[in-house]
Design a protein around this ligand. Structure first.
Ligand SMILES: Cc1ncc(COP(=O)(O)O)c(C=O)c1O
Length: 391
């Protein structure tokens, strides 16, 4: 298929025409079970009636005002995020990378505001992924993403995942803060060890530097908690959210405590579209559904069912599958075979999944998936493994 789009995504073989619930459909009505959920975005599946209603109603009321004016859904979503989290303030953006960028700027501005102008450097972990604009790319140092794009080190230092001594050694009088994903996504679905995370929090406090969590992928109920860090018992100063927050509509948010937010005085940061009422109306509708203890418990129950099934498949196909990783429905399947081969075999069974680092396959179903749909995915994965084993 020829395309006028740039080739940066390669040439996707599949094109979808519509979606409903956990299924995607091609124009010729081929049905696929979607365990990508738009890379952990469609947290309530495709065209969820409550979200469709919210965007339809908002589209007939108010689309956009810019931040010259306040609007009702945006104020409401900010207040709800504050009420549901550690945060006191919210900045809305349009994507994950922008939410992260806002956090980076706030880390630096915080120290600048308090007269520590040399504290500009930010520490990140190996195999992290924080987005594709220049600062997140500089933070992650993935050669595929950096080559030909960076000027100098852009003020980032990287330390090995989980290595506390390396982190200690990297903190200098120029350090502004640390960013990490409580559960790494693109890097291979692995949770940061709890003891390490607690020690990082203590190190940040002892050095008066800031701790930022990137929960763009792990947030919004994906792990069975509204935010993954709640499961790990450590609270950040700043947090980036996106993906599931809009259930498929573009939105990002940077959440922070008052002590950090107070440095973002009028004019210091902005976005034309950030806080767009269409996006925040959908964000409110997402919270209506996911931000209840019952819903989050159901995510944990579905995860337990999926993982029990995966245990069975790992025992059945030890030549192909090694272990499952992650938390809740942020599921990694570490492969013995090539992850690309497994994904291809899954596509052959009309089951969609996403690659991740560490030779893993990511299983990221909508959070409202039913038991029957979990079982269907396990049966299709079984068939995919059987085909791959025979090949
Ligand atoms: C943890 C994490 N941070 C940031 C991003 C960037 O988000 P976006 O693609 O919306 O800019 C992603 C995207 O996959 C992500 O997984």
């Amino acid at each position: 298929m020829s395309s006028a789009l740039m080739a940066n995504y390669g040439h996707p073989e599949l094109q979808f025409e519509h979606g409903k619930g956990v299924y995607l459909y091609t124009a010729d009505q081929q049905r696929y079970l979607d365990f990508t959920a738009g890379i952990a975005v469609n947290c309530l599946g495709h065209c969820h009636p409550h979200l469709v209603k919210a965007i339809r109603e908002q589209s007939e009321r108010l689309w956009h005002t810019s931040n010259l004016f306040s609007n009702i859904p945006t104020e409401r979503l900010a207040q709800r995020l504050v009420d549901l989290s550690f945060a006191d303030r919210v900045f809305f953006a349009n994507s994950g990378t922008e939410a992260v960028e806002c956090g980076f700027k706030m880390m630096r501005r915080f120290h600048y505001h308090h007269g520590r102008k040399q504290r500009v450097r930010i520490i990140s972990l190996t195999q992290s992924f924080h987005g594709r604009t220049l600062a997140p790319v500089a933070a992650c140092l993935n050669p595929l993403h950096t080559e030909g794009f960076l000027v100098g080190d852009s003020g980032f230092d990287q330390v090995p995942f989980g290595d506390l001594e390396a982190l200690k050694a990297a903190i200098t009088d120029q350090t502004a803060g640390v960013i990490l994903e409580p559960v790494q996504g693109e890097g291979g679905i692995r949770a940061v060890p709890v003891e390490y995370l607690k020690a990082v929090r203590q190190l940040c406090d002892a050095n008066n530097i800031l701790l930022m969590f990137d929960e763009v992928q792990s947030g919004m109920g994906r792990t069975g908690y509204l935010f993954a860090h709640e499961a790990l018992g450590v609270t950040p100063d700043l947090l980036a959210s996106a993906k599931g927050l809009g259930g498929g509509f573009p939105i990002g948010a940077c959440l922070s405590t008052e002590r950090v937010a107070e440095v973002m005085t009028a004019g210091t940061h902005g976005s034309t579209f950030g806080g767009n009422p269409l996006a925040t109306a959908v964000g409110n509708a997402v919270l209506d559904v996911i931000a209840t203890p019952e819903f989050l418990q159901q995510v944990q129950a579905r995860s337990a069912r999926l993982r029990a099934g995966l245990d069975g498949l790992i025992s059945k196909y030890p030549q192909l599958l090694a272990e499952h990783t992650g938390l809740g429905l942020m599921t990694g399947l570490r492969c013995v075979c090539s992850n690309a081969d497994l994904i291809k075999a899954m596509h052959g069974q009309k089951l969609l999944a996403v690659k991740a680092g560490g030779n893993s396959v990511r299983l990221l179903p909508p959070l409202n998936i039913t038991e029957t749909e979990v079982d269907e995915a396990l049966a299709l994965l079984d068939k995919a493994c059987a085909t791959l084993q025979k090949a």
